[in-house]
Design a protein around this ligand. Structure first.
Ligand code: UTP
Length: 470
């Protein structure tokens, strides 16, 4: 053990990170063993490279002027012809679903810092009447879909070291929300250390280096390492619907989106929506230096942000909502060799143990976290579909504790969506400034979309505050 520690210490010294051993003598044997395991797992060369590129010598990372071009987008159907195309795509998508060729990937390994909720974000109670959690809402959509298409829809749920045990326990305590346990596959992404302004590691505890989940771009490697990819292959899964835990309006496995993706033999496809205004902080799908990508808000110049097309719409208007179809073979090929997904840096507040052993909660950003983003895989596609959807029907994420993109706006978005379904059947629903007044909830197990709702709606239905259909 001592020999081993000496070697480990030398390694850390070589990379200028020996300070993490500062409290070693104060740790008991078990803590030392645990710490040693963590230290062994840290890729020091990677940390050094990231610190050098993003923190110590950032001019290397400074962006060259980029050549940015829009991507072709399938519009929301308006004409008869567009409707017919969408219907053909739906048919293809439904055939895939019925044939059991589709799986679902949910990424839920994030830290949910902005929400400030103590548990895993997926446990957050979100639906307007019953207060169902995000996990339950998604689970019910998947259950309803598998019943509708009389198929199993395997669900691959990514967590991270910060919430893995909690996520599994939550599903177990809730009897997997009615889903078959055999169709659930929990897997973990990797963690990566953060560094301070001098490129040094932080101690989260006296015997633990501070690490954070390596971004949703870590999904691809994690799918391979966990055996999920192999599981998919065994089940005959060909396409994966990828989504994030916090968007309450996600249309899981939307058959039209899937159909277009399959028809075009696309490797990875994206859903987008029209930006609210030129300055909305939403990445846009487009080509950067010839490669398909999500171009971050901060990478567009003011002129590019404000540029318009002849019909008066924003030129760079394909706002990404982090919903993708991904072909399984594409993931397999990407992860077979040395997949290079770029890292991105975020300057954040990182609590740490200082030299004197005190826990410090900084008031200002003091460190650098590194993350990979799933959309960086788009650059490796040769075929890709970009499809526009309506914000009111498909995008309302729970990001913040209050205000924009919060649980409150997500609940309202659900009420508004269900309100539209009711209106379609002629049931009057009161609105103020476009928002439904009163709470209303329709379980995915009752109806998954407007068409299903209209077919099932009880004839004598009236709307009242707290109406729930389940
Ligand atoms: P966000 O980037 O919005 O992060 O993740 P977050 O953790 O939800 O919240 P903040 O930024 O700390 O406030 C979008 C989705 O990607 C997942 C999240 O769980 C969420 O579903 N994610 C993010 C991961 O699975 N792993 C990560 O490392 C980061």
């Amino acid at each position: 053990m001592n020999m081993d520690v000496d070697k480990l210490r030398q390694q850390f010294k070589k990379y200028g990170q020996e300070h993490v051993f500062r409290f070693w003598p104060q740790l008991n044997r078990e803590q030392q063993e645990q710490f040693s395991r963590q230290l062994h797992s840290i890729d020091l060369a990677l940390v050094a490279r990231l610190a050098e590129t993003f923190v110590l010598n950032p001019q290397q990372a400074q962006k060259r002027r980029q050549d940015i071009v829009t991507a072709e987008v399938i519009p929301i159907p308006e004409s008869e012809e567009e409707n017919q195309k969408a219907e053909r795509a739906r048919k293809t998508g439904e055939e895939y679903l019925c044939a059991g060729k589709v799986g679902v990937i949910l990424v839920a390994g994030g830290q949910g810092t902005r929400l400030g909720y103590s548990g895993s974000k997926g446990k957050y109670p979100v639906t307007p009447v019953k207060g169902k959690s995000l996990f339950q809402l998604h689970a019910e959509k998947i259950l309803a879909l598998s019943r509708k298409h009389d198929t199993s829809l395997p669900w691959y749920i990514m967590s991270s070291a910060i919430n893995d045990a909690e996520t599994r326990a939550f599903f177990q305590e809730n009897q997997y929300f009615g889903l078959a346990k055999k169709d659930l596959f929990f897997f973990q992404q990797q963690m990566i250390p953060a560094v301070d302004q001098n490129g040094k590691l932080f101690l989260a505890e006296k015997g633990k280096v501070f690490t954070n989940p390596n971004g949703h771009g870590g999904t691809l490697q994690a799918l391979k390492q966990s055996g999920a990819l192999e599981d998919m292959a065994k089940r005959g899964i060909e396409e994966l619907f990828y989504f994030q835990v916090d968007n309450v309006l996600t249309r899981i496995c939307d058959p039209v989106f899937l159909g277009y993706h399959v028809q075009q033999k696309a490797e990875m496809s994206s859903k987008v929506l029209a930006k609210r205004d030129p300055y909305e902080k939403l990445g846009v799908v487009g080509y950067r230096n010839g490669k398909l990508s999500v171009i971050e808000y901060s990478d567009l110049s003011k002129e590019e942000m404000e540029a318009k097309t002849p019909d008066g719409r924003l030129k760079f208007n394909a706002g990404s909502i982090a919903i993708h179809n991904i072909n399984r073979t594409f993931i397999k090929n990407l992860t077979n060799g040395n997949l290079v997904m770029p890292y991105h840096r975020a300057h954040k507040k990182i609590p740490y143990i200082d030299e004197a052993g005190n826990r410090i909660n900084p008031g200002e950003a003091n460190g650098n976290k590194f993350e990979m983003f799933i959309f960086d895989a788009l650059q490796y596609t040769t075929q890709s579909v970009v499809m526009e959807v309506a914000r009111a029907e498909e995008f309302s994420p729970v990001k913040n504790a209050a205000g924009e993109d919060s649980a409150e706006t997500a609940r309202q978005a659900l009420c508004n969506l269900y309100g539209n379904w009711l209106k379609k059947t002629g049931v009057p629903v009161k609105r103020k400034n476009g928002n439904v007044v009163g709470r209303l909830e329709i379980s995915p197990l009752f109806a998954g979309d407007e068409k299903e709702f209209v077919a099932k709606c009880p004839p004598d239905l009236t709307f009242f505050d707290g109406l729930y259909l389940g």
